[in-house]
Design a protein around this ligand. Sequence first.
Ligand code: HEC
Ligand code: HEC
Ligand code: HEC
Ligand code: HEC
Ligand code: HEC
Ligand code: HEC
Ligand code: HEC
Ligand code: HEC
Ligand code: HEC
Ligand code: HEC
Length: 325
Amino acid sequence: MRPKRNGAITALLACLSSATVVVMFTTGESKAVGSATGPQQAVDESQYIGSEACQTCHDASFQSWKNTAMGKAFLDHPKTQLERKGCEACHGPGRAHLESGGDVTAIKRFGEKAPLSVPEQNELCLQCHEKGARLFWDGSTHESRGVACVTCHQVMQPNIPSLRFAEPLTGNRQFVKQTKMEVCFQCHPLRRAQVQRSAHMPFREGKVTCTDCHNPHGTPNPKLLIESTVNEGCYKCHAERRGPFLWEHPPVLENCMNCHEAHGSSRPQLLKAAMPRLCQQCHIEARHPTTPQLATTRFAFNRGCTNCHSQVHGSNHPSGVRLHR
Ligand code: HEC
Ligand code: HEC
Ligand code: HEC
Ligand code: HEC
Ligand code: HEC
Ligand code: HEC
Ligand code: HEC
Ligand code: HEC
Ligand code: HEC
Ligand code: HEC
């Protein structure tokens, strides 16, 4: 739907000029806006026209946005001066846009075709979102590779969650988790493939999702991992693997990924390599011959070292030194 043009302008301008005076009286805190937007030029309140003014030409956008989490927050219970700006909190002051009858170069726009650079677009969101999960956004892999907030998020439609690919107002838990993966798969097709493999974390079943282990907004850890080590992340759901064990298996303590692939694998139990090769990457065959001519050897039976060494993750049995029991 195209916004209707000039008809509304004159009437709007007339009532706005008086509205502006009121605004200037009631918003003595206009400095707070300046500080929230960082070291920018002072905010000229007279350039703001208010969400209702936008609505006169963009009713469809207004109706849709007002039901989003941010629409409700900004319109119903704004907590900061910037939230009170409504549409203009993101799109910037709209007076020039209004007076020109909708000149698109006079309003801040988002997306790939917008003239604003990705960091400039992100800065508009970070005015309010630089804390919390986004504390490590600056310098994170996604930030430094030029990924925009609005590549993953859409904010004009009332979707749950506010991610691209979400359908309106679907609150189903499994669906929400799968939506998150779809967002990631756009740029990480290998992960999509892995998640389809025969052994996989229960992604498709909706029990696990990318953001259980990664924070796409940045973390102080490698690979955008939420926890400071790989193992800490795994222990969150596999607490029984944490130990300490009487007889530890050093590669387990060091990193679960020595043997597993976290996203999906064509080997059973997410193993990185086939048995017994997995074990033989580190253990020489000298005492446990597994060469083809000796394939009947009990040591390689069913290719399984774990037939005997069943406690590969560590053993608490007094005589479990060989991880047998
Ligand atoms: C006088 C009518 C009018 C008012 C008031 C108005 N706009 Fe617009 N706006 C337009 C027109 C016309 C266009 C061009 C639409 C097009 O080309 O599809 C436009 C385009 C836009 C665009 C770009 C759309 C795109 O497809 O990229 C944005 C964003 C926008 N307006 C936001 C706002 C905001 C925010 C406000 C309030 C601060 C506002 N507008 C107030 C008429 C208006
Ligand atoms: C939280 C930031 C934010 C707020 C608040 C906001 N917008 Fe937007 N707007 C965006 C982004 C981002 C886009 C780009 C489209 C997208 O990402 O889906 C957009 C797109 C638009 C467009 C282009 C058409 C479209 O829907 O893609 C119009 C018109 C528009 N906004 C008008 C408004 C109006 C009117 C308001 C207030 C009622 C408003 N916006 C409030 C961020 C915001
Ligand atoms: C003026 C401050 C402000 C600006 C600017 C702003 N936000 Fe928000 N945002 C909020 C507030 C407040 C909430 C919390 C709403 C609630 O849940 O009550 C929120 C919530 C969100 C949420 C979670 C809502 C959900 O439904 O999951 C996302 C995602 C989000 N914002 C993204 C963005 C993006 C992307 C931009 C830039 C296009 C942006 N925000 C700009 C204040 C802001
Ligand atoms: C690579 C995709 C991606 C990018 C880029 C991204 N987000 Fe998110 N964002 C997500 C996902 C996925 C979630 C859901 C998080 C969860 O499940 O814990 C989320 C959640 C959020 C939330 C709501 C929950 C919270 O953590 O507070 C806000 C607000 C938010 N993002 C804002 C932003 C802002 C602002 C930017 C840009 C600086 C941004 N996001 C960039 C994917 C992204
Ligand atoms: C718009 C594209 C895009 C989207 C969407 C995206 N990523 Fe990325 N991601 C990248 C790029 C580019 C890199 C840099 C490494 C590369 O080239 O693969 C990266 C790297 C990563 C890394 C490795 C980080 C590192 O420091 O090595 C992780 C983990 C990651 N992304 C997780 C996610 C998750 C989780 C999501 C979904 C919430 C997601 N990504 C969505 C583009 C994207
Ligand atoms: C169970 C935890 C977990 C989940 C869930 C998870 N990852 Fe990872 N991911 C990891 C770990 C651990 C690494 C580091 C791999 C390594 O060091 O070998 C990693 C690495 C990555 C990398 C960087 C790979 C590289 O070699 O640079 C990307 C991209 C990535 N994950 C994307 C995703 C996506 C997309 C999802 C959702 C489908 C996802 N991850 C779900 C644990 C997880
Ligand atoms: C968010 C919770 C969660 C996290 C974090 C998590 N897992 Fe899992 N994992 C599961 C669930 C659920 C299953 C399915 C089996 C079950 O229901 O017990 C599973 C299954 C597995 C399986 C067996 C797969 C199969 O095909 O039988 C392995 C191996 C595994 N996880 C390793 C890891 C590793 C390694 C990490 C850390 C990188 C990790 N998990 C982190 C929840 C998680
Ligand atoms: C030395 C290689 C190795 C390391 C390191 C390792 N695992 Fe395993 N893991 C295995 C093998 C082999 C199996 C299959 C067990 C079998 O065949 O009896 C397995 C199976 C699993 C399973 C599924 C079966 C079950 O017993 O529940 C989970 C979950 C699991 N590992 C989690 C982890 C976690 C978490 C870590 C890190 C703390 C880890 N693993 C580190 C070799 C390893
Ligand atoms: C990343 C290297 C690595 C991998 C892979 C690995 N191990 Fe180990 N394993 C070690 C190290 C290091 C020790 C400790 C050796 C020592 O203390 O002398 C060890 C110890 C053991 C022990 C006890 C040996 C002793 O002397 O007490 C057994 C049994 C064992 N591993 C079996 C396995 C099995 C079965 C697998 C395959 C599921 C496997 N290992 C995979 C590195 C590895
Ligand atoms: C039929 C049962 C069985 C199978 C299968 C088996 N082992 Fe063993 N393994 C043993 C026994 C028994 C010992 C203790 C030998 C000793 O103490 O002299 C042992 C000892 C070890 C040790 C301790 C160091 C050593 O050489 O004494 C390692 C490491 C080991 N096995 C690795 C493996 C690997 C890797 C595989 C798979 C290729 C494997 N085992 C398959 C029974 C088995």
